[in-house]
Design a protein. Structure first.
Ligand SMILES: [Mn+2]
Length: 554
């Protein structure tokens, strides 16, 4: 039976010459692939080759990868994370020097309601951070004294091979995840008892963004061991706050892919497009080019008034409005790779050209964003960055004729929260709103209006990854409340405000790494008015709406 061979060449002079030569000789078809690769398809063996080198991915290779064009994440990343955790725990005098084990339970499959169909599996983040395991239903433990890492996998009945393909052996899993030992989950108690485990450290703690608690490990026979569920949580959460160089590499990758996907979306948007078609373009780019099967949160693709709805895109309003000429668009979307999140927002005019009012609000937010990017560095308080951003924004709104009076007095009166009812940004990592915002020993959540929504009040350190996402929104219920409050209404110019009722909003969101010397902005998208207009102008008259394409087919 004839099958296909794919040969990949770099899209440079030599690559293109080889492509042409080969296509002439073998009468095969040529496809252009992203990431500067040309592909030649011909009949032959079903293998993928890269200039004579086989690039078929070995599924048991100790890494996470989704094809040669994507990032290879070696399991040493997770070994490094475990090492960092062990270093902290060994310094903690409450942890016994012998017989103590970290004991984690991984995520489980979640079905659609009462059916036998599951949601695509998402690994529990602490488990992912420690082991990088892709399968559901696993457990993992680490001997704190020796550092030995052990994974436990569900013992699947032989007939599962019919549905799932060849079942992997424990030896396969040991190689795949680069751990010291592997067993089945029905052996946990026996294995721990053979190892004379005296104390199990399980994970129990509150996520300060959701209020939910981390799932504490439970297994048959746990009753025979002493368990402590207090020690582990603050230590492992603190470890997750500071990213290792290997984690940073993954974050840079997922932020880069997400940036490119946003740019592709901006060039696909024009009046007449449905908002969800922008979402669809993002998902397609992130997955097909970046190997990102998941996004980090539901895509927010608001146009016009919807741009003022902070978490637009939820089930009740599933990005289903037709984008109109003159709309501002606020698209907040981030891909996910190997569990690691990106979280980027681009705001741009639907037709590619800003109006004067759109420009004024956009530049007010951009100035706030830039002020933070210029000041942020280790040792700086996140609360101060939020207040700085508020101050710059309100100063610009005053210049734009929307506000009058002293800006510091406005902040004291809570005007910041009227136009930006969310915090400046948040920690980001395996979770888009990453853990560690309010750990014991960190500054507590502020209570004052304007800053009480912050997801962390920490002093910044090198290795932290955060979003910087100032915004300015015209939200009717907040504006009405402010106008009804004499302490706030005295700063507002109602006639000018009327121009912006139903107008929507602007958010600019970058993903940043705090470095020793300051900051690295990992996001790379057009940001100034000029950059956005220039980027969107290219090919604008040739944009074809998907619905027009469909009509052509019919
Ligand atoms: Mn965000």
């Amino acid at each position: 039976m004839a099958s296909r061979i794919t040969v990949l060449f770099k899209r440079n002079a030599i690559g293109c010459a080889l492509t042409t030569l080969l296509s002439k000789r073998s009468k095969c078809s040529i496809t252009q692939l992203p990431l500067n690769l040309c592909s030649v398809r011909t009949r032959g063996l079903h293998v993928t080759k890269n200039v004579g080198r086989t690039i078929q991915i070995n599924p048991m290779e100790p890494c996470y990868v989704r094809g040669e064009h994507t990032l290879r994440v070696p399991m040493t990343l997770f070994q490094g994370n475990r090492e960092r955790l062990l270093n902290r725990l060994r310094k903690n005098s409450d942890v016994p020097t012998k017989g103590a084990f970290v004991m984690l339970q991984g995520g489980v499959d979640v079905p659609f309601n009462d059916t036998d169909i599951d949601w695509p599996f998402r690994q529990e983040s602490y488990f992912q951070w420690c082991f990088g395991v892709e399968e559901p239903g696993c457990y993992g433990c680490i001997d704190i004294t020796s550092g030995t890492s052990i994974l436990f996998f569900p013992r699947l009945p032989a007939e599962y091979a019919v549905w799932q393909g060849k079942l992997h052996s424990l030896e396969d899993f040991k190689k795949r995840y680069a751990v010291d030992e592997t067993y089945y989950t029905d052996q946990i108690a026996q294995v721990l008892s053979d190892k004379q485990a005296a104390l199990l450290l399980t994970l129990y703690g509150r996520n300060t963004d959701s209020g939910n608690t981390a799932r504490e490990a439970v297994f048959d026979g746990i009753g025979q061991f002493q368990v402590d569920n207090n020690l582990l949580f603050p230590e492992i959460a603190e470890c997750r706050v500071i990213k290792s160089s290997q984690e940073i590499e993954v974050l840079r990758y997922v932020v880069k892919i997400s940036s490119e996907a946003h740019k592709a979306v901006m060039r696909a948007v024009k009046p007449g497009l449905m908002e969800y078609q922008g979402e669809s373009a993002f998902l397609h780019y992130a997955y097909s080019v970046g190997g990102c099967r998941n996004v980090s949160y539901t895509c927010i693709c608001g146009s016009g008034h919807n741009a003022s709805i902070l978490h637009y895109g939820h089930a009740g309003v599933p990005n289903n409005r037709l984008i109109q000429d003159g709309d501002i668009c606020l698209f907040d979307m981030g891909a996910n790779y190997c569990g690691y999140a990106a979280d980027i927002t681009c705001s741009f005019p639907a037709n590619g050209k800003f109006t004067e009012d759109q420009k004024m609000i956009y530049n007010a937010v951009l100035d706030a964003c830039n002020a933070v990017l210029q000041s942020v560095k280790p040792g700086v308080s996140w609360v101060d960055m939020h207040l700085l951003s508020n101050k710059v924004l309100l100063t610009s709104l005053k210049k734009g004729g929307l506000l009058i009076g002293d800006v510091d007095d406005m902040i004291k009166a809570g005007l910041g929260e009227v136009f930006q009812p969310h915090g400046l940004g948040h920690l980001m990592g395996l979770d888009v709103h990453d853990v560690g915002g309010y750990l014991p020993g960190c500054p507590e959540r502020p209570v004052a209006p304007g800053i009480r929504k912050l997801r962390t009040a920490r002093t910044l350190s090198a290795g932290m990854v955060l979003t910087v996402e100032p915004g300015c929104y015209f939200i009717d219920c907040l504006l009405d409340a402010a106008l009804a409050n004499p302490e706030q209404s005295k700063f507002i110019v109602p006639e000018r405000l009327r121009d912006f009722r139903g107008w929507g909003g602007v958010r600019i969101e970058d993903d940043i790494l705090i470095t020793e010397s300051g900051v690295e902005n990992m996001t790379c998208v057009p940001r100034t008015v000029e950059e956005i207009e220039a980027w969107m102008a290219v090919g604008r008259d040739q944009i074809k709406l998907p619905q027009e394409r469909r009509r052509t087919v019919e």
